[in-house]
Design a protein around this ligand. Structure first.
Ligand SMILES: [Zn+2]
Length: 251
């Protein structure tokens, strides 16, 4: 399993919790001993255009630094998806996050919808016909849902639950969908952790979710699976939480 990362994700491209200084360093530290890192190139404008309208892209371009890092994040998601398609599980350790970015607008620290750009790229190349997107971030990925609303090809799931066991049961139900999919894409937000904003999940739960996602991908779609970072704002636990997910998700 490979980790997609670019040193420019260390840059403080704006002032919000996703762009906080010191957020990426502990994750890199937690993963670099176990995983090989690969550097992505930036997404091209035509990649963004499969999800976003021209005026939205122009608006983001108004801040050249955000645009550059945003294109690298989307490029990281694309590379993770391409590796997954080739049979190598991958994790995009990227920022800014993307699931609140829709076709014509964005909020919640997001600019471009990384996972949607990646899935649409595979679909445009006819590598993937159907995708399952599991988003276990604390927050509903309205941008992803909007991008694929009415789509027969992409199923978007955002499990909810106020109790830990209940939440995990919902995750399991999502993965049991009868909707067709030939790749599993995960919007991995860690802000539901007990020491993060949501105050619910334990570190080992991310291992469990990763393992379930791996198992369902092996059963249903030749093991094709990738995840990208969304939320997660406590740097003192983010590294171990990401590592836990990846240990479950890997071979
Ligand atoms: Zn979130």
């Amino acid at each position: 399993m490979k980790v997609i990362f670019h040193p420019r994700f260390y840059e403080i491209y704006t002032s919000d919790p996703a762009a906080d200084p010191g957020r990426m360093e502990p994750v890199v530290k937690a993963l670099e001993k176990d995983f090989e890192f690969v550097e992505p190139g930036p997404a091209l404008e035509r990649d963004l255009q499969r999800v976003h309208g021209r005026s939205h892209i122009q608006k983001v371009k108004g801040d050249p630094l955000v645009y550059e890092i945003g294109c690298l994040a989307a490029g990281g998601a694309i590379l993770a998806a391409e590796m997954a398609f080739e049979g190598q599980a991958a994790f995009g350790l990227i920022r800014p996050p993307g699931h609140h970015a829709g076709p014509d607008s964005c909020w919640g620290f997001c600019y471009f919808n990384n996972i949607a750009v990646a899935v649409k790229k595979l679909m445009s190349e006819e590598k993937t016909k159907n995708a399952l997107i599991l988003d276990f971030d604390l927050h509903y990925g309205d941008g992803t849902a909007k991008t694929f609303s009415g789509s027969q090809s992409v199923s978007y799931f955002h499990p909810e639950g106020t109790q830990r066991e209940e939440f995990l049961e919902r995750v399991k139900q999502c993965l049991r969908t009868e909707n067709p999919f030939d790749i599993v894409a995960i919007s991995a937000g860690f802000d539901r952790h007990e020491e993060d904003w949501g105050g619910l999940l334990k570190t080992e739960d991310y291992f469990t979710i990763g393992k379930w996602a791996k198992e369902v991908s092996l059963k249903r779609c030749q093991g094709r699976r990738f995840a990208v970072l969304e939320g997660g704002y406590n740097p003192s636990v983010l590294g171990t939480n990401v590592s836990s997910l990846l240990q479950g998700l890997r071979e």
